[in-house]
Design a protein around this ligand. Structure first.
Ligand code: ZN
Length: 133
């Protein structure tokens, strides 16, 4: 894995969270995107070399709605950039990690993504991301 690509934060009030993180990081949201496959609305902020992704549920079945119901707002996942997501998924599967999908999915920010189940990753939801241009 190359580096942390972004940190995902679950929020319950999208506009309030955008304002809060804009103030905190002293920079504006540069992109807002709906990811229908995951039932989330996302906002991205850049802080130096680091990226923060805010995630709000767009319906009650969204993984973000379930996360907030259980744990409240806060850090939701850590995303690592990989060069070859299929090879990395295969490697992790062989190491005994549980992946949440068999194939990469199209995620926010024009990336192929796959999540690793937190139960197999020390309680942390890990996202693999590969840019597709
Ligand atoms: Zn993410």
């Amino acid at each position: 894995m190359n580096k942390i690509e972004h940190i995902g934060i679950a929020v319950s009030d999208f506009n309030a969270a955008c304002s809060l993180y804009e103030k905190l990081l002293n920079t504006g949201v540069y992109k807002v995107e709906d990811v229908e496959s995951e039932s989330v609305k996302t906002a991205f902020l850049q802080s130096g070399p680091n990226k923060i992704e805010l995630l709000e549920a767009t319906n009650d079945d969204s993984p973000i709605a379930k996360f907030i119901a259980k744990k409240g707002e806060g850090v939701h996942h850590i995303a690592f950039e990989v060069e070859d997501i299929v090879a990395e998924m295969e490697r992790l599967k062989n190491e005994g990690f549980v992946l949440l999908s068999d194939k990469p999915k199209l995620g926010a920010d024009n990336k192929l993504v796959c999540f690793v189940h937190p139960k197999s990753a020390g309680g942390v939801l890990v996202e693999l991301v590969q840019g597709i241009g």
